[in-house]
Write a protein that binds this ligand. Structure first.
Ligand SMILES: [Zn+2]
Length: 456
């Protein structure tokens, strides 16, 4: 039996107006982490969160790093015996360019047809805001929280978090938690809340092929000397079999085939290949045989060629036999795979298939571990129950083909399972022009979090 919440607390009309104004104020701060001219704005956004937390009754500070500051908020009055929840999020946003593709300016939030448009509305300022306000309401209404709460908001997520992990590792004891709660993703659909069940990992490489000392005349040497572009193409063509599987020896070792029940659960989700093809602008889908589109995206590892460079690519014809060729190759990984293990398999494969007479190098660019939820425990159950109560339908467990390496790292360092409860909607234009967040999800998101705490 699932415990029921105390009944979702409603947001009053005056709170609703105030929340909207406060969120707008937060979204107006152009906290673009990638660009140094916004350094001052980054501090301002961090300070805005610190003040908001302090007003809510939290102890909070802005902690300097060698990059952008971190926000650390703490409320520990539930006592030493009570569990601790760590909320993670990020206040930095992606650059807003190209500005001309925005219907309204990215840092002047407006609401049109029920959507709040602004850079960061969905990723992740709008979603952090829900947590800040839920905590504020709980402390105001009842004066206490059922668990100790640590709020950790970084300003470098969009530039791959260079200073977060060193901080977390150095502050392991202070940050000790029983669970990590993250709202930085989307629900499955407008009428279907979801909890994330898995994220794929990544292993990214640059493959370099060298033939002759320099580019050669294709008439004088062609047919007798290895051509770097041809040899690269030959190597790349060996990466997949005709069945769409990755044809590297050992690549699928240990990869677990999902059981019939979980495959059926994915197949029963309302999802149309036709709509997906429309969205992607293709007339046919392609992938590993024997799996549906969502299974391919959520549960199967892949190999993608991200870019190829070689020879003459300018205007007109130049008869040349290229001496160099390069490709960027990445793999999306499932939880039984490790980036380092994939790196050595890929290297062995390339060595085995490369033609004699050419030199081949594989450079490691970056890797991130995959993640799978521990879909159980009081925090997960509270999240599930709260979503069902507020949205009126049981949340579905979904995967995400993308990679958020920090989730795995936080779990590893803190030894606490992560619960990923996103409130944005598909098509929210995260990282793109006209990013938006559903206006109604301010109230629903806060109500869900109130119910979540009520269930703890
Ligand atoms: Zn994000």
């Amino acid at each position: 039996m699932r415990p029921t919440g105390a009944g979702a607390r409603r947001i009053t009309p005056s709170e609703s107006v105030r929340f909207r104004e406060e969120l707008y104020e937060f979204l107006r701060i152009p906290s673009v982490s990638a660009r140094s001219e916004f350094r001052h704005e980054m501090r301002r956004a961090g300070a805005w969160i610190v003040e908001t937390l302090q007003r809510a009754g939290f102890g909070a500070e802005l902690l300097d790093t060698a990059g952008h500051p971190l926000v650390l908020g703490e409320w520990r009055k539930a006592g030493a015996g009570a569990p601790t929840l760590l909320i993670y999020g990020h206040y930095d946003v992606q650059p807003a360019e190209p500005l001309e593709l925005w219907t309204s300016p990215p840092f002047e939030p407006v609401t049109r047809e029920g959507r709040i448009y602004a850079r960061g509305a969905a990723d992740d300022k709008g979603q952090i805001f829900l947590h800040l306000k839920a905590l504020e309401l709980l402390l105001r209404d009842q004066g206490y929280l059922p668990v100790n709460v640590v709020v950790l908001i970084e300003g470098e997520e969009e530039i791959s978090s260079p200073h977060l992990l060193p901080f977390v590792e150095a502050s392991r004891e202070r940050l000790a938690a029983d669970a990590v709660l993250i709202s930085d993703s989307a629900m499955f659909a407008a009428d279907r809340p979801s909890l994330l069940y898995s994220l794929r990992g990544i292993a990214y490489f640059e493959l370099r092929v060298r033939g002759a000392r320099g580019d050669l005349h294709s008439g004088s040497y062609g047919g007798a000397v290895p051509n770097a572009a041809t040899e690269l193409a030959r190597i790349l063509a060996t990466l997949h079999g005709t069945d769409g599987r990755v044809a590297i020896r050992g690549f699928y070792d240990g990869v677990v085939q999902h059981d019939a029940t979980s495959r059926r659960a994915i197949q029963e989700l309302p999802f149309l290949d036709e709509e997906f093809m429309d969205e992607a602008g293709v007339r046919a889908l392609k992938g590993e045989l024997g799996f549906s589109t969502l299974e391919r995206l959520w549960t199967r590892p892949t190999c993608e060629i991200n870019g190829i460079l070689s020879g003459y690519t300018g205007e007109g014809a130049k008869t040349v036999l290229p001496s160099h060729a390069m490709a960027k190759v990445s793999f999306r990984l499932v939880p039984e795979q490790e980036p380092a293990q994939i790196a050595s398999l890929f290297r062995e494969h390339v060595k085995r298939v490369a033609a004699p007479g050419i030199e081949v190098d594989v450079l490691d660019l970056h890797g991130g571990r995959p993640w799978r939820a521990h879909a159980e425990g009081r925090f997960f159950e509270a999240a599930r129950g709260a979503l069902e109560e507020v949205f009126g339908v049981e949340p579905v467990l979904t995967g995400d083909g993308a990679s958020i390496p920090i989730v795995t790292e936080l779990e590893r360092v803190l030894g606490a399972p992560a619960v990923l409860m996103g409130f944005a909607l598909p098509g929210a234009n995260m990282h793109a022009p006209d990013e938006w967040f559903p206006e109604s999800h301010i109230e629903k998101g806060i109500a869900t979090l109130l119910s979540f705490y009520g269930r703890l």
